[in-house]
Design a protein around this ligand. Structure first.
Ligand code: A3P
Length: 315
């Protein structure tokens, strides 16, 4: 079903709204906060996307390791076509190789023909599980979700927004202000906990459909997680590949150090306001100690305990 501008304007006018940090305002739709400017794309994506059974969808919230996951999954799936010396990652940002459905493919009310995408098609989205198009839920397409400790996520997103060009009349937002809205759940694609718990529960219920990864586990042993992903998508490493250290090679090619150093990621842009370099910062676990006061940490920890621990989800 096409949407008409009038219908969209009416819908947006009827939704609760909040001002966001630098980004466009957020509106509450289907229980989550979405950038107002992206909502039309989301609705078109929800209405028109037809999943194929062999699709791989990478899902995440902003600043939880999306870029890393894209580089890794692209490399794992395409490892018989490309090696470290000819991988397209050398010339393209991971977000170009694995496009966002709502930011890129369905932008500007486009209805892209995605039938000709090389298979298996790899797409990405920040949408919560409950908001995914029905065909994604009903088909056998697989979803790989990455999450991250909210303490590090809130710090990472503060740095990210600070790195964007600020309109002249907009003052810089303090970490305290940014933290406050995060704790209220008012972040793009948030509340953080509802998004994470949604995918977590699906991964427990349908382990062949949804793989739940944590940024921290990748940091601890990326090779083990690369092998886990390869098995999940039905492309386990052969004995020969094990001997040749292919998983290690992929991990190295996709390391923060390697990607950050590439010309394309130092200078390029993948969307008009988003410079590739903003996606590569420190990549550390526990960087929050440098930015959050003990009361802030206690507050967020108590929210995590209330909203995520009851489901067995700990960071
Ligand atoms: P920090 O801001 O903590 O450094 P996203 O890709 O979802 O936007 O997440 C960005 C975060 O992932 C940033 O975290 C960024 O530095 C980190 N990151 C990006 N590429 C990475 C990689 N190859 N390895 C590890 N971390 C990476």
């Amino acid at each position: 079903m096409e949407y008409h501008q009038e219908e969209m304007d009416e819908l947006i006018a009827s939704l609760p709204k909040e001002k966001a940090f630098l980004a466009p305002s957020l509106c509450l739709y289907q229980n989550f906060w979405f950038p107002i400017t992206v909502l039309p794309n989301i609705i078109t994506f929800q209405r028109h996307f037809k999943a194929k059974d062999n699709d791989i969808v990478l899902a995440s919230q902003p600043k939880t390791g999306t870029t890393w996951l894209k580089a890794l999954v692209f490399s794992i799936v395409n490892r018989h076509r490309f090696n470290p010396s000819n991988t397209p990652l050398l010339a393209s940002n991971p977000h170009e190789l694995v496009p966002f459905l709502e930011f890129t493919l369905y932008a500007n009310n486009a209805k892209p023909n995605l039938d000709d995408f090389p298979e298996p098609r790899i797409f990405s989205t920040h949408l919560p599980y409950s908001c995914l198009p029905e065909s994604m839920k009903r088909s056998n397409c697989q979803v790989i979700y990455i999450s991250r400790n909210p303490l590090d996520t809130v710090v990472s997103s503060w740095h990210f927004f600070k790195s964007l060009v600020r309109p002249e009349n907009q003052p810089e937002r303090s970490m305290e202000e940014h933290f406050e809205t995060f704790c209220q759940g008012i972040t793009g694609f948030g509340p953080f906990w509802d998004h994470t718990v949604g995918y977590w529960n699906e991964s427990l219920e349908k382990p062949h459909k949804v793989l739940f990864l944590k940024y921290e586990d990748l940091k601890e042993d990326v090779v083990a997680q690369v092998k886990r992903v390869a098995e999940f998508v039905g492309l386990p490493f052969s004995l020969g590949e094990e001997k040749e250290g292919v998983a290690q090679e992929i991990a190295e090619t996709c390391s923060l150090r390697k990607l950050k150093d590439l010309e394309v990621n130092k200078t390029g842009k993948f969307m008009p306001n988003f410079e590739n370099k903003s996606y590569f910062r420190k990549g550390e676990v526990g960087d929050w100690v440098n930015y959050l006061s003990p009361p802030m940490v206690a507050r967020l920890r108590s929210i995590m305990e209330e909203k995520m621990s009851p489901f067995g989800l700990e960071f």
